[in-house]
Write a protein of this length. Sequence first.
Length: 353
Amino acid sequence: MSSTVTCPSCGHQFSPDEVLTHQLEEQVRKKILTETGKDLADRDAQIKELRIKAKESMDLELKLRKEKREIEEAREKFELEKQRQLDEERGKIKADAEKAILEKEKYKIIEYEKKLSDMQKSLEEATRKGNQASQQLQGEVQELDLEKTLRELYPYDEIAEVKKGELGADIRQIVRTEKGTVCGKILWESKRTKAWSDSWVSKLKEDLRRDGSHLAAIVTQSMPSHIHQNIGNIGGIWLLTPESITPLSMLLRKNLIDIAREKVVAAHKQTTAESLYDYVTSSSFNQNVERIVGVYLEMKAQIAREEASASRSYKQRNMQVDMLLSGMTGIYGEMQGIAGTSMQQIGLLENEK
C-alpha cells in the first residue's frame, strides 16, 4: 500500500518510500562518492607519487646521464692525458735511446779512431824500423863488399872487421909486403846514408888517434856539398865513393909501403932522394898524377858502360887499368915518401880543407 506525505513547509507531497529510496540513494551516492573520492584521492596521491617518482627517476636519469657524460669526458680526458704522457714518455725514451745510440756510436767512433791511430803509429814504427833495418842491412852489405874488395886486392894484408864498440870505424887494414913486413895501418869506415854528416870526420880522426893507425878513409855515397869529385880530403881524412875504392886504396897502401921502404934505404939514397924531392914538389908531378887518376876513373867508367856489350874483355881491361894505376901509385908513393907534406896536393885526391 502506498501512502503520501505532504511537506509542511512547501506543501510537496511525497511518498515515504520515495524518501527512503531517496535517502538510500543519497547514502549510497554519498558512500560511492566517498569511496570514489577516496579512490580518486588515493589515485591522485598515487599519481602524484608516481609523478614524483617519475620526476625523481628523470632527475636520476639526468643525473646519471650527466654523471655518465662527465665520466665519459673524464675518461676521454684521462685517455687523452694518458696518450699525451705515453707520447711524451715515448719521445723521451726515443730521445734517450737515440742519445744512447749516439753516445755508443761516438765511443765506437772514438775507439775506431784510436785503433786507426794506433795502427797508423804501428805502421809508421814498423816502416821506420823496416827502413832502419834496411839501411842497416844495406850498410852491412856495403861494409862486407868493402872488406871483400880489400881482401881480393891485397891478399898479403891483414883485413879485419873492427869489433863493435871498440871504434867507430868498420875495417882495419894492416898493410904488409909480400915478405910480411908491416908498413902501416889504414882505418876504413863505410857509410850508407842519404845525407852527409861533418861529425863523421871528427869521430874517425879520434879513432885514428886511439888506434894508432896512419891513414883513415870514409866510403860514402853522400859526399859533402863542396866536394864535387869522387875523392876528397877533409882534415886528413880521405873521402871517396864506392867506385873509387880501388884507385885510392892502391895509392894509400902504396904510400905506406914506400914510406916504410924509404925509411930503410934513406941513408943509402940521400942524394937521389934530394933530387926526387925537387921533382915531387913540382907542379909537373902533381899534374901528371892528377892526369893519371883522371884517366883511370874515365877508363873505369868506360869499362862499366861497355861491360854489357863486351863482358868477355871486361876482366882483361880492368886488370890493365889496375896495372896502370898500380904503376902510377908506385911513382906517387915513392915521391910522397921523399917529399912528405911538402909535396903539392892532387886535385882529384885532395880537397881544400
